[in-house]
Each structure stands twice: as C-alpha cells, then as structure tokens.
Design a protein around this ligand. Structure first.
Ligand code: THU
Length: 165
C-alpha cells in the first residue's frame, strides 16, 4: 500500500523533462510568449527580479501576470498568483497549462511554495507547467531550455481540503 491508495491523492502522471523552446508546440510557445509580455510589466522596485506567468484556460483563453512588489515586502504578489487571480476574477477557473519565465543564470525559476498551493487549488487534475529563462529586453533564443513539469510534480502530497476533490 502507498500514500496514494491511503489518501486518494492523485499520483503525478506527467513525466518531468527538459525540451528546447523550438521543439514546443505552437500553443505552448504562445503561452510562454504571453508570460514574456507580462514580465515586462513586473513591478520589482525592491528585487529587480522580473517574473512573468501565463495560464491557459480550458476554453483556450490566456491570462498573464507579473510580480507586484511592495515596500512592506509581505504583500508582494508573485506573477503566478497575479495571472491566476486575473482569470478567476473573470470567471475562469479551469486551466490546462501554465508558463513561468524569469532570468537566473543557472536555475529554472519554479513557482514558490505559496504559488504551488495556489495553483493546486485549481488543479482537480494535473496542470502541465513550462518554466524557462527570459530576460527583459533580450530576445529569446530558439535553443533555450524549457523545463516541462506539472503542479502534481512540484507539490507532491499537497494539501487539499477534506471536503472536496
Ligand atoms: N517571484 C515570482 O513572481 N514568482 C516566482 O515563481 C518566484 C518569485 C517574485 C516574488 C518577488 O517579487 C521576486 O520574485 C523575488 O522573490
């Protein structure tokens, strides 16, 4: 017996892998480009760390967002939560894919723990996530690497209410 059988949690089925940007399908490229466009608007007065995110809804709409920082630090909102909040407040709660872009020399900028929990809230089934580097003002190289993962991979055994799902 394993934890999935005991709790009814869902096992991640998407196998995490790394692809080249050029090899992605058109709709994933479009999602990443939407995240890149939003990244330019990042309000990052304190960290200067520009992040963009975009989520595609079940009916193929894209909602994108950037991180929004605050002088008091704690109220800062990550790009992922900005994008999802825009969608949810417009009545869209079902997502089929997400993208996150930022620039760190030697790391993929994967969503923070709070954002993982936030995404999980809207993931009754797994959501593929595409993470890649993007530097504001620098054109994207076609051979740029993209981490293709999913929310079930990033938040194994994530908390869910006992009432639903
Ligand atoms: N940040 C995001 O927007 N998304 C992430 O996935 C990681 C962190 C933001 C929060 C803050 O504005 C800045 O990056 C530095 O932590």
């Amino acid at each position: 017996m394993d934890i999935y059988e005991v709790t009814g949690l869902k096992r991640p089925e998407i196998v995490e892998h790394i692809k080249k940007y050029a090899d992605l399908d058109a709709s994933t490229k479009e999602l990443i480009q939407a995240a890149i466009a939003a990244q330019r608007n990042a309000y990052v007065k304190y960290s200067n760390f520009y992040v963009g995110a975009a989520f595609r809804t079940k009916d193929a709409r894209i909602f994108a967002g950037c991180n929004i920082e605050n002088a008091s630090f704690t109220p800062t909102t990550c790009a992922e939560r900005t994008a999802l909040s825009k969608a949810i407040s417009e009545g869209y709660t079902e997502f089929v894919a997400g993208a996150v872009v930022a620039y760190q020399e030697d790391a993929f900028t994967t969503p923070c723990g709070v954002c993982r929990q936030f995404i999980m809230e809207f993931a009754p089934s797994d959501i593929p996530l595409f993470i890649t580097k993007s530097q504001v003002g620098v054109e994207k190289a076609n051979d740029e690497l993209v981490l293709a993962t999913s929310i079930y991979n990033l938040l194994p055994h994530g908390f869910r209410t006992f009432k639903g799902n």
